[in-house]
Structures are given as C-alpha cells and as structure tokens.
Design a protein around this ligand. Structure first.
Ligand SMILES: [Zn+2]
Ligand SMILES: [Zn+2]
Length: 247
C-alpha cells in the first residue's frame, strides 16, 4: 500500500496545512480518503488528477472532511472530463448531505447530464465491505457530525491501514487500529482534553493497547504543532502535506 498525505490540516488549516485528504493505493487501485474543501489544490499541487481515483471514502460529514466534493465533482464534469464511474462512500446520510451542499454551491449542476456515473455507497458500522480491492470496516467513533462518524480500517490481504477520522477517545479507536501496519490518528491537541478530539498524551497512553506497528499523527491544531518536538519520534510519525508513506 502507498499513502499520500494530500491534506493533514484541521478545520482551521492550522500551520497552513490543507484540510483532511489522503490518497491510498494498492496495486492498480487508487482511492481517496476524505475530501476536504481544498481538494483540488491538494491534488494539483502534487500533479495528480481526480480522475485517478475510483472511490472517495469519507470518515464523517464535517466540512473539513467532505466539503471538497462539490469542487471535485465540477472538476470531474468540466476540465477533467471524467468518464469512469465515481463512487462516494461514507456514513448514512452522505447522499442527502452531498446533494444539499452541491445545490448550495452550484445550483442545478447536480442534475446536469454527466459523462460519468456517480454512485453512492453508504456503509454501516462494523460491516466489512469491498471497495476497490480493499476490505473496509467502519467503526463508529465519538464525534458529532449529524451522521455517524467513523474510524476506517483498510485491509488488502497483506497490510492494514487505519484512519481514526476525528474522535474523542473511545475504545472503538483500538478496534479500528488494532495491529495496523500504519494507523493515521487525529491528534488535535497535545494535552488539552476537548470533547470530540484526541490529544497526543491520550494516544501515547493507549498506543500499546492499539498495538499498531506505526502511528502517524495528523489533523493538528496550532498548540499541538508548536509542541511537535515533544513527540517521541521512535514511536510516532508526524504527517505533513505532500508526504508519501509506503506501508
Ligand atoms: Zn476535522
Ligand atoms: Zn470532524
């Protein structure tokens, strides 16, 4: 598997980082995970086209994780001239929320005839599904977004990649990332406990229970970024926009 960090930022683009977006590849299969509002900037900065990706899998329906979809779609409809089907994968409520957002941003474009098929696949928690060669399992986490919020586990038969999405601490974060080769975890604060988000101190404390081979920290606020030199570099990686990780 190969992971490209397209956007490692939080909702505020702390540190100038682009909001949440990652690309995951296995063999010829390529998917996006999350689709933050700067998705087109994130892709084009890396010289990538949205047409490379068959699926976009969303952890949850907060703007910093899914508001890029209308932009991704208009790019696919016009300059990128997409012809291959695109499947949007995410929590129940995804299709309605996307249709509402698209209509607000670009009225009537959702019903304009497209040269590609747009599919929706709303996944239930703890029911593994096959997506572009990955077995994907969603675990519900503690993060209000108007729909269930998920941590996601991707397996390709050889390696395991997991992504926490956004969440306050819940033992489901252990289940999602248990034994993963790489676990990408939101690390919003260093030690300031807030509802709905994680701290470095909590991740450090739970890391042996998770048992992931590597944990990579992402979605960091200014306070966490200012303390990144306190992170134990032997145990944790820190995501940066543009970084590529071979899993
Ligand atoms: Zn977020
Ligand atoms: Zn969120």
């Amino acid at each position: 598997m190969k992971l490209t960090i397209l956007g490692s930022g939080d909702a505020f683009s702390s540190g100038g980082r682009l909001p949440s977006c990652y690309a995951l590849e296995s063999g010829d299969e390529r998917i996006l995970i999350d689709c933050g509002p700067a998705i087109l900037t994130a892709l084009k900065k890396q010289g990538l086209s949205g047409n490379l990706y068959s699926h976009i899998v969303l952890s949850h329906l907060h703007g910093d994780h899914f508001a890029g979809l209308p932009f991704f779609l208009i790019d696919a409809m016009f300059p990128a001239m997409r012809t291959e089907p695109l499947t949007l994968v995410g929590p129940p409520g995804l299709e309605l929320r996307l249709r509402l957002a698209f209509e607000l941003f670009y009225p009537r474009l959702i019903s304009v005839k497209r040269k590609f098929e747009l599919r929706f696949f709303e996944i239930d928690k703890e029911a593994p599904v096959d997506i572009a060669g990955f077995s994907v399992t969603a675990y519900e986490v503690d993060h209000f977004s108007g729909s269930p919020s998920y941590a996601l586990r991707f397996e390709n038969g050889e390696k395991i990649f997991a992504f926490s999405g956004d969440s306050g601490w819940t033992d489901n974060l252990i289940r999602a990332g248990r034994g993963a080769d790489l676990y990408l975890m939101e690390c919003y604060q260093y030690d300031l406990d807030l509802p709905m988000h994680l701290t470095y101190k909590r991740i450090e404390c739970e890391s042996s229970a998770i048992g992931a081979k590597k944990i990579m920290l992402t979605h960091m606020a200014d306070e966490m970024l200012a303390k990144r030199n306190l992170v134990d570099a032997n145990r944790f990686l820190i995501a940066d926009d543009g970084m590529i990780v071979h899993i």
